[in-house]
Design a protein around this ligand. Structure first.
Ligand code: AP5
Length: 215
């Protein structure tokens, strides 16, 4: 199963991708996670990515395309993958189509999450993450048992630097201008599955899995 999950910042891509990828037994590949890991390790790519991400801008297409091209050719992707947050521009989508053609593989479904913008801002400013195990929390909807501490490994939680109201405005306008046109792009390829991204996370995940299976 080869899947993409797309939607505005904070739409729940990462949250739902976890359950979907587990269900289908495929790796969850998030370009945002790849960049954050490289930023933490201060690799040359991480330093470059940081200069864009901290302002809410997109990392250049050529850098992003190359990362995805390499990643989906790894052994764990032989039976499929779930790409989260890629492609995000028409240039990336066109380049990705070329990559798929060379590899002689096809996309099965592109999941597009529909979430109201007012909910998105609240989800993002209240998100907290564990730097050790990567587990995600939300101060309103998914609180840790003990304030500021990861339930699973006891590490102090942190807030992403790009999760502030100023940067969110920029991320949302980048999404509306550069990523939203991909809804039409994939609709024309007959692979688009629009799903409601609002509601209880476990229920929504189940609904998405069922919709993918029936697609
Ligand atoms: P990325 O990490 O992909 O960020 P994003 O697209 O802004 O999305 P988020 O991670 O903010 O949100 P999400 O949709 O995954 O929501 P989540 O599940 O966490 O990218 C970061 C940056 O990297 C980009 O801005 C860009 O600069 C760069 N980048 C990445 N890919 C790129 C590309 N292809 N090209 C160029 N640059 C690229 O949920 C959010 C919160 O809501 C959480 O707290 C969660 O617990 C909560 N929540 C989610 N669902 C529910 C629910 N149903 N009920 C209650 N709470 C919920």
């Amino acid at each position: 199963m080869r899947l993409l999950i797309m939607g505005a910042p904070g739409a729940g891509k990462g949250t739902y991708a976890e359950g979907i990828s587990k269900h289908f037994g495929i790796p969850h590949i998030s370009t945002g996670d790849i960049f954050r890991q490289a930023m933490q390790e201060e690799t040359p790519m991480g330093i470059l990515a940081k200069s864009f991400i901290d302002k809410g801008h997109l990392v250049p297409d050529d850098v992003t395309n190359e990362i995805v091209k390499e990643r989906i050719q790894k052994a764990d992707c032989l039976d499929g993958f779930l790409l989260d947050g890629y492609p995000r521009t028409t240039q990336q989508a066109v380049e990705f189509d070329k990559i798929l053609k060379v590899l002689e593989i096809k996309l099965d479904v592109v999941v597009n999450l529909l979430v109201d913008e007012s909910l998105i801002v609240s989800r993002i400013v209240n998100r907290r993450l564990c730097p050790t195990c990567g587990k995600g929390y939300n101060l309103i909807t998914l609180k840790p048992k003990q304030d500021g501490v990861c339930d699973d490994c006891g590490t102090e939680l942190y807030q992403r630097k790009d999760d502030n109201e100023e940067t969110i405005k920029s991320r949302l306008s980048v999404y509306n201008e550069q990523t939203k046109p991909l809804i039409d792009y994939y609709n024309k390829q007959n692979v688009l599955l629009n799903v409601n991204g609002e509601g209880d996370a476990k229920v929504v995940t189940k609904e998405i899995i069922q919709a993918i299976e029936e697609f």
